[in-house]
Write a protein that binds this ligand. Structure first.
Ligand SMILES: Cc1cc2nc3c(=O)[nH]c(=O)nc-3n(C[C@H](O)[C@H](O)[C@H](O)COP(=O)(O)O)c2cc1C
Length: 350
């Protein structure tokens, strides 16, 4: 008999909420993207609670690990029970990379991710980051050496290539996997495209097709549930990474994962929900950082967490606050403000 009821809505991953990378279980399909400047343990704790099953450190230069500074070690300290966390390094020469990666293993990291996407001049001048997208053979040698030397999964994150005219990610991904990489993540812009070009779903899909045998992560320009779903659908990715739009917005992980499972969209958080998480985040920062640094972070995060509530004048007032109490007093004022329908990222560009 045909039921007259409409079929229950289902998400695209309703029966497969998570995946495994190199034997490490990841109970969701939405992960934070590594970002320089967004690497503190309190951030990782909050993002994980909101559904980012994998957290990755910002890119660490291997030479910084030879005699690491106290502040680097503080940032790299894992919280008790934190699992799994990948440490990302830039790398080219196997020997230095193995030394750095082994040090990170000793510090407790569970996976090592290699950055083939960094567009910064200093890194590319050393032949690292996105410069490696021009040297597939070097990629193979590096990954082979790391996989043989380490007792944990080695993963790679890359841009689509050096230039739009030479989209090498399918070839580089294949070589990385043939040499033992446990997963591949692709941001669909070339090094020369920086952030100016559109995130190219087509090249991400072609890279996915070149490595159908491993977990594949797509990345770039996810702002909400809708943009996340189209990235999944257009690329055939197993998971996605979110960078900029997750700053001050841990709800994005929960909302997307919920949509992947149920096909339904959760409501946006209100001021009180945002305030509770913001307070937790910055109180932890004041506990683990020097007051001056913690205040700097707390102001920066206020712009993102409360973007919908802040216009230019409001941001100016927050930027001028001289201590935690004054900052929180400004934020108290926002309770009565009607939020604007705006993505935190776009708010900051206004
Ligand atoms: C401030 C900033 C710092 C970044 N640092 C890193 C990094 O350390 N390692 C890395 O692989 N990618 C880094 N990225 C790139 C992001 O991980 C991501 O690939 C890119 O921003 C596209 O994703 P999104 O549109 O979700 O932000 C950084 C991006 C930004 C904006």
């Amino acid at each position: 008999m045909i039921s007259s009821q409409s079929p229950t809505k289902q998400g695209i991953f309703h029966d497969k909420p998570g995946l495994e990378i190199g034997g490490i279980p990841l109970p969701s399909r939405v992960f934070m993207a590594p970002m320089i400047g967004y690497n503190e343990p309190p951030l990782r704790r909050i993002l994980r609670r909101f559904g980012s099953a994998l957290c990755t450190t910002e890119m660490i230069k291997p030479e910084m690990l030879i005699r690491p500074s106290k502040s680097l070690l503080r940032e790299l300290a894992l919280e008790k029970g934190e699992y799994p966390v990948a440490a990302q390094i830039s790398a080219r020469e196997p020997e230095l990379a193995i030394r750095a990666a082994s040090r990170l293993r000793d510090l407790g990291f569970h996976m090592i991710d290699i950055n083939f996407g960094c567009p910064l001049k200093k890194e590319c001048a050393k032949g690292r980051g996105a410069a490696m997208m021009q040297e597939p053979k070097k990629v193979g040698i590096l990954i082979d050496a790391l996989v043989k030397a380490l007792d944990c999964p080695v993963t790679v994150k890359m841009r689509s290539g050096w230039s739009d005219e030479d989209p090498s990610s399918p070839e580089v991904a294949r070589i990385a996997v043939d040499n033992g990489a446990a997963s591949v993540c692709v941001h669909g812009r070339s090094k020369l495209g920086w952030y100016r070009t559109v995130n190219d779903h087509e090249i991400i899909r072609k890279t996915r097709e070149a490595v159908p045998d491993i977990p594949f992560i797509a990345n770039g320009d996810v702002k909400d549930v809708e943009t996340a779903l189209s990235l999944f659908k257009n690329t055939g990715a197993d998971a996605i990474m979110i960078g900029r739009a997750s700053v001050g917005n841990p709800w994005i992980f929960k909302r997307i994962q919920h949509a992947l499972l149920t096909g339904e969209t959760l409501p946006f958080p209100n001021y009180h929900e945002i305030r509770e998480v913001y307070d937790e985040h910055i109180n932890s920062l004041f506990e683990c950082l020097k007051t001056k640094n913690a205040l700097r972070y707390a102001r920066k995060y206020a712009f993102f967490y409360f973007a919908q509530f802040l216009n230019k004048d409001g941001r100016g007032l927050i930027a001028k606050t001289k201590n935690k109490e004054a900052l929180l007093a400004e934020i108290d004022e926002l309770e009565s403000v009607t939020p604007r329908e705006i993505c935190p990222l776009n708010a900051l560009k206004e």
